[in-house]
Design a protein around this ligand. Structure first.
Ligand SMILES: C[S@@+](CC[C@H](N)C(=O)[O-])C[C@H]1O[C@@H](n2cnc3c(N)ncnc32)[C@H](O)[C@@H]1O
Length: 237
């Protein structure tokens, strides 16, 4: 399986599956994805005044979770380079009357279209694995965060506990690509998902990368038997 991540390939793939993305997300995770996003937002310890940047926002679910939490963010900006994903996100914001608090713009996580120290918190949900230059994105996040600003990243991982690992491998490699293909009618995307998870940094490697670009208080918290990790970190004061 090709796990190359050129921006054109990744944006094209997400544009192609955008129409079914939310349905498949909730279906394939049995709805647990909502709980993971809530946990990520809770880790930011928002007070109602913060400006939050949600990178790789896709159809905006994590941006919406940050904007509607109580207390939540004062303003959220979602950034993604897949236009079709953003259009679906915008429809959701309009129907939920959230466009005053949450905005979506097209942009690349490795060249964030914001000035230095302009946001209080950054989130990424299941996006960092897809970014071609992970380190460049982490450096950009560090640049746009204010001193003491918080980061919360959700990403899939390969569980290490043997029984969970076997069940996970069966589900991720055999069940999920088939259902994904059937519903999205996209051959490669749901085969790319397990392959890209396997090729991504281990939790320890990713923690080391966040520390290398300057983050402090970096933690990798396993969620749901380590299928997903919540990475939390802060820009030093
Ligand atoms: C799996 S989706 C996640 C969407 C959403 N955050 C969620 O929690 O469901 C990954 C998203 O990352 C975006 N993406 C990947 N690399 C990116 C980059 N370098 N810059 C901006 N967006 C990127 C893709 O276009 C896609 O919409």
């Amino acid at each position: 399986m090709d796990v190359s991540k050129s921006p054109a390939k990744i944006a094209g793939m997400f544009d192609a599956i955008a129409g079914n993305y939310d349905l498949l997300n909730h279906l394939l995770s049995a709805g647990i994805d909502r709980r993971w996003r809530k946990q990520a937002v809770r880790s930011l310890r928002l007070t109602g005044t913060e400006r939050v940047l949600d990178l790789c926002t896709g159809t905006g679910d994590l941006a919406i979770a940050a904007g509607t939490a109580s207390p939540g963010a004062a303003r959220v900006l979602g950034v993604d380079f897949a236009g079709a994903m953003l259009r679906i996100g915008l429809d959701k914001l309009r129907s939920a009357r959230l466009t005053e608090r949450i905005a979506l713009v097209r942009g690349d996580a490795t060249q964030i279209p914001l000035p230095d120290t302009s946001v209080d918190a950054v989130t990424i949900g299941f996006g960092i694995r897809n970014v071609e230059d992970t380190e460049a994105a982490c450096r950009e996040i560090h640049r746009v965060l204010t001193a003491g600003g918080r980061l919360a990243i959700l990403e899939f991982s390969v569980p290490t506990f043997p029984i969970v690992r076997t069940a996970y491998a069966f589900y991720f490699n055999r069940v999920l690509p088939g259902i994904g293909r059937l519903i999205s009618r996209h051959n490669a995307a749901y085969g790319y998902l397990p392959a890209s998870v396997g090729a991504f940094a281990t939790p320890q490697e990713f923690v080391t990368l966040l520390q290398k670009v300057g983050f402090v208080s970096v933690q990798a918290r396993p969620l749901t038997f380590g299928i997903v990790y919540l990475y939390v970190a802060q820009r030093s004061r």
